[in-house]
Design a protein around this ligand. Structure first.
Ligand code: ATP
Length: 235
């Protein structure tokens, strides 16, 4: 579904991604782990062209999207839930959700809203409430719900568990599994919480200084001594 071929990306003189090869197949949950500053968020945003890949190619369902503007990419069925959630604090839950809907599919808005509310009933209860007054976990649900409003087939999640309490993290991970198994979404997940993220992943990649240094099944990476030492033992 998604393929990165030798993708590099820079911020001015700083190289954030170096020749990254990564594949996400339809129906998979793929987890990307790595230390702070390894380039995980850059990988996610480069898929939408900020920063643009300085070399290499990005293919979405076989089509080259490397040079497409972000709104055209979003229309092709890929949605990003950014790190830090980025909900609009002063707008209501309902308004935040509407912002996720693509203008072209007006007819589906009600249907998509119903789907989001059935996945996250708390958002329906709080639909008129300002997003800034929600708890961290509810804001994360809202950020995911907003992304789902564009009916993506591929969902990119950047650190969805960041800063949340353990119980809420479990809910978020359960939701990710349900989106994959029950709703058929393909998922690329970036996580600091490597253990839980690899547990739910079909496959995973380890990013270090902008390079993929290891890849394998979720189970294989969980058992790998390098991964254990660098990302699991301290967690
Ligand atoms: P974190 O988990 O801390 O978000 P990360 O793995 O997502 O880390 P990135 O945020 O992608 O890493 O950063 C990769 C590299 O690019 C780092 O060296 C970082 O300092 C640099 N970088 C990130 N954003 C910018 C920017 N806007 N301008 C300049 N350099 C940046």
């Amino acid at each position: 579904m998604l393929e990165l071929q030798h993708v590099s990306a820079h911020y001015g003189p700083i190289q954030a991604l170096a020749e990254v090869d990564l594949v996400v197949r339809a129906g998979e949950i793929v987890t990307l782990i790595g230390a702070n500053g390894a380039g995980k968020s850059t990988l996610m945003t480069t898929l939408f062209g900020t920063p643009r890949a300085s070399s290499g190619r990005i293919l979405l369902e076989g089509e080259d999207i490397t040079a497409l503007p972000p709104h055209r990419i979003a229309r092709r069925g890929m949605a990003l839930v950014p790190e830090g959630r980025r909900v609009f604090a002063k707008m209501s839950v309902y308004e935040n959700l509407l912002l996720g809907a693509t203008p072209l599919d007006g007819a589906h808005v009600e249907e998509n809203l119903r789907r989001v509310f059935s996945l996250f009933p708390v958002l329906e209860t709080r639909r008129a409430q300002r997003a800034g007054t929600l708890s961290g976990g509810e804001q994360q649900m809202l950020a995911i719900g907003r992304a789902l409003m564009s009916e993506p087939r591929l969902l990119l999640l950047d650190e969805p568990s960041l800063g949340l309490a353990p119980l809420v993290i479990r809910t978020i991970f359960r939701t990710i599994v349900a989106l994959n198994r029950e709703h058929g979404l393909t998922i690329l997940l970036v996580e600091q919480n490597a253990r839980q993220a690899l547990k739910i992943a079909h496959r995973g990649y380890v990013l270090q200084n902008g390079r993929i240094v290891l890849e394998g099944s979720g189970a294989a990476l969980l058992a790998d001594s390098q991964v254990r030492a660098a990302y699991l033992d301290a967690a």
